[in-house]
Write a protein that binds this ligand. Structure first.
Ligand SMILES: [Zn+2]
Ligand SMILES: [Zn+2]
Length: 283
């Protein structure tokens, strides 16, 4: 069967390389069945992001239309070779759903899927919003410490899932705080919060991404860890694959290895999205 890559970026977000078409061409070359185009949704309308270099985190609001039409045109151009699905990776910010929806609702009908992500944390009484997976914020990570970061991150994922007004399909890179290899001291407490988060994924029936991007980072493993994927399997949580490619050559990064691991754990199907409707493919 052909693989499906549901998490790819492109030069639109200003920190990835290559045009959308180059990602699609590589996906065809790698014989993928489906490629999901999922660049970062704009940030500039959000509040409390003074410390965030958001100009290089995402496309801008005026660029949305071109992103969509370019992707739609490419979907038609390559329809004999590959399924192109259109989405966004959207960051969750507590209590800012209305501002988001002002911009998202008008274009939502054109999307096949939405990845829900958290890259930015804003602690109560802290130093302001910061990007915990951005190496430029390492000082903040050290200041708060891994335990606090993991704890707050998992609690934020729960808030994201409990928010009635934050609309998404797939929870992206589940254990992202490990990116730079920071390990919590209080493993038990963090594991409890992690399990609570998994149970909520199940209860709310979200799909979780197995993201091979982590294999290119200091932590040297996919998001989430094998141990967490095993828990997900026992909870019967649907999954799919994403490479988080920020370069065309990263499309479907290490998917063969991941599929092997997933099959060993017991998974024999992966989720697929078409116009926000989930189906499954066999692996
Ligand atoms: Zn990115
Ligand atoms: Zn991400």
């Amino acid at each position: 069967m052909g693989y499906e890559d549901w998490h790819t970026h492109n030069e639109g977000c200003k920190h990835a390389k290559g045009k959308i078409e180059e990602y699609i061409k590589n996906a065809i070359k790698f014989k993928l069945r489906t490629i999901g185009v999922s660049d970062h949704f704009p940030y500039e309308f959000l509040e409390d992001i003074e410390r965030i270099p958001y100009e290089e985190y995402a496309i801008t609001l005026p660029e949305i239309e071109r992103y969509l039409t370019t992707s739609e045109d490419l979907r038609d151009k390559y329809k004999e070779d590959i399924i192109v699905r259109l989405g966004f990776e959207i960051d969750y910010f507590k209590n800012q759903e209305s501002a988001l929806n002002t911009h998202l609702t008008p274009i939502k009908k054109r999307l096949d899927f939405i990845l829900g992500s958290i890259h930015i944390l804003n602690f109560f009484n802290g130093k302001g919003a910061w990007g915990f997976d951005d190496s430029r914020f390492r000082k903040d990570y050290d200041y708060y410490g891994a335990d606090k970061v993991y704890m707050f991150y998992y609690q934020s994922l729960q808030k994201m899932m409990n928010s009635e007004r934050f609309d998404f399909d797939i929870l992206a890179h589940f254990d992202l705080p490990k990116k730079f290899n920071d390990i919590p001291m209080n493993k038990e407490i963090i594991d409890n919060e992690m399990m609570k988060t998994l149970e909520l994924i199940k209860k709310r029936d979200f799909t979780t991404e197995i993201n091979s991007g982590g294999l290119r980072k200091d932590c040297k493993e996919q998001y989430p860890s094998k141990k967490i994927i095993e828990e997900m399997y026992s909870l019967d949580i649907p999954i799919l694959l994403g490479s988080d490619a920020h370069k065309p050559e990263e499309v479907a990064w290490k998917f063969k290895k991941l599929i092997k691991m997933l099959k060993k754990i017991g998974y024999n199907q992966l989720a697929h999205f078409n116009r926000r409707k989930r189906s499954f493919i066999e692996i």
